[in-house]
Design a protein around this ligand. Structure first.
Ligand code: F0G
Length: 525
């Protein structure tokens, strides 16, 4: 039988083909994907990509698939938009219970559902801007009120005219009469209108990954994913992770003020007030795609303080790190980073549904947002019910799943660290938390083997090594586009000691290949 013409991502599939990775998988369970060999027999492959982190509970978890069948068999409504959704509220209740446990004293959070991680990011970005616009509106209403009060007081003779107008640009003379003061208020309003036109700015961290839609790609640091689309989205300023001083400096550079009038000690005075130009800061507690980099508690604390001072919401993107992957439900709880927003995706769909969620602290939540943001598929009956069941499975037995993620992660990390000690010449670093792990090779761009050197120079060595692991050891690992020397390891909590041993065997061979610069197994695995 000839292979069908490729219409769906033919270029990408072709590229995978050059590494022998264009395999069609026909069945999946736990950490194993199966493809068929020429005789039609199943070939198991240990899957450490884990659906880019969407498989905390493994492929086709039996309780989740049984529940999915039950939903379909009983005719559970999948699409019942514009009706009550108590199941969605229960998802919110479970998430709020978890938040209260991991962040004692945290206030309740409202939930907006979406369909993918990037969409949750965009919902948060929109909500941040919606909130900022409403804060701008209140600020101007307040200033207008103050202006009216001051004018009344001046006309009534209960307040003296302002004698200092230096805050207004240009040499504006101090008013000598109530009418001149009224004209001055007009100049203040015009000045403020000019400032109000300042576009909002968002902050994100260098190496960040927040998705690839038109808006979210602006927050994704890697120029490969962003540069071509940079003209399309919101202004995002990147600052280095774990450098709070750099963030503080950048925030200060963005400071914009407007003018207000105050009546103090019987005199009208012009005063400056901060204009909310910074719409939000978005961070991953552990950068995933950016190379498994953890934020420090110190950075988190200082960032929280700086953001509180300027009322800038902190959006914590837990799409990759959340759902217990790092041993706690929210990875940000390891560093005590309390977000104004939390984003969840990936494993929230239990490995079969596609759903994501944006949580907003209720004192910052703008309920009107619900009237301007929606999607046909968001909060659908199927994915939401699956999300609830997934959360129940994770929370069962006092969160045994989180403990297991921590324990399995430690075991894998310990094994990888042993390898790093055995092969310090070829392993640059092992890092991660729980089941979010990176294994970084030393730079091979000066390698004596031409095959290894060329692949390293092209940024494709991990694909070549991944190809070898797949073909010779039946292990699937993931790359990170931002760190071309790193293998990403994100298995489910079901990873067994035998599977960890299988990984050790495969990686030991990879390390030997690099140490001995013996590329033959790479080309003929
Ligand atoms: N935020 C983070 C932290 C992510 O890791 C991802 C996706 C997204 C947002 C976007 O989610 O793909 O559902 O739209 N990360 C994958 C990765 C693709 O490579 O780790 P999405």
């Amino acid at each position: 039988m000839t292979a069908p013409t490729r219409y769906a991502e033919a270029l990408l599939t072709g590229m995978l083909g050059t590494f022998g990775l264009d395999v069609e998988y026909v069945r999946a369970e736990k950490n194993t994907l199966y493809h068929l060999d020429d005789s039609g027999a199943e070939v198991p492959v240990l899957d450490l990509v884990g659906g880019w982190g969407s498989l905390m509970l493994g492929h086709n978890h039996p309780e989740i698939t049984a529940y999915a069948k039950e939903l379909l068999d009983t005719g559970w409504p999948v699409h019942s938009q514009h009706s009550a959704h108590p199941v969605a509220d229960r998802v919110g209740a479970v998430l709020n219970g978890i938040l209260a446990r991991e962040f004692p004293g945290a206030e309740p959070y409202s939930v907006i559902f979406a369909n993918s991680g990037a969409e949750a990011v965009e919902a948060a970005v929109k909500h941040c801007e919606f909130d900022r616009a409403l804060r701008v509106k209140s600020l101007f209403e307040e200033i207008e009120w103050h202006a009216g009060t001051a004018l009344t007081a001046v006309r009534a003779g209960t307040a003296a005219l302002p004698d200092d107008t230096s805050l207004l640009p240009g040499d504006v003379p101090a008013p000598a009469t109530a009418d001149e003061f009224q004209a001055l208020l007009g100049a203040v309003a015009a000045h403020n209108m000019g400032r109000a036109a300042t576009s909002p700015v968002f902050f994100a961290l260098e190496r960040a990954f927040h998705g690839k839609l038109v808006g979210s790609t602006q927050f994704t640091y890697n120029p490969l994913f962003r540069a071509a689309f940079a003209t399309l989205g919101p202004a995002v300023r990147f600052v280095p992770p774990n450098d709070a001083a750099a963030f503080e400096k950048a925030v200060a550079e963005e400071r914009v003020t407007v003018l207000d009038v105050e009546v103090a000690d019987g005199r009208v005075t012009l005063v400056e007030r901060a204009f909310p130009v910074v719409a939000g800061l978005i961070v991953e507690p552990i950068q995933g795609e950016g190379g498994i980099q953890e934020l420090t508690g110190e950075f988190a604390a200082r960032v929280r303080r700086i953001c509180d001072e300027i009322q800038c919401p902190v959006v914590v993107d837990e799409i990759q790190t959340g759902m217990g992957r790092t041993g706690k439900f929210f990875a940000s709880s390891h560093i005590g980073l309390l977000g104004d927003y939390y984003l969840l995706g990936k494993s929230l769909g239990g490995g079969i549904g596609k759903t994501s969620a944006m949580l907003v602290r209720q004192s910052r939540y703008r309920p009107e947002f619900e009237l301007v943001h929606s999607s046909t598929f968001a909060k659908d009956g199927f994915s939401t019910a699956i999300a609830l069941r997934t959360l129940e499975l994770l929370e069962a037995e006092d969160g045994a799943a989180y403990d297991r993620a921590a324990e399995r992660g430690e075991r894998i990390l310990a094994m990888l660290r042993e390898l790093a000690r055995e092969f310090p010449d070829v392993v640059a670093d092992v890092r991660g938390k729980g089941l979010l792990i990176g294994f970084e090779f030393a730079d091979q761009s000066q390698a004596s083997s031409p095959v290894i050197r060329e692949k390293a120079l092209a940024g494709l060595l991990v694909f070549q090594l991944g190809s070898y692991l797949q073909l010779a050891h039946r292990i699937r690992t993931g790359p990170t586009a931002s760190v071309p020397t790193m293998l990403r390891i994100e298995p489910s909590i079901h990873i067994s000691d035998e599977e960890i041993a299988q990984l050790r065997t495969g990686l030991t061979e990879v390390c030997r290949i690099l140490r001995h610069q013996d590329a033959l197994p790479l080309v003929l695995p």
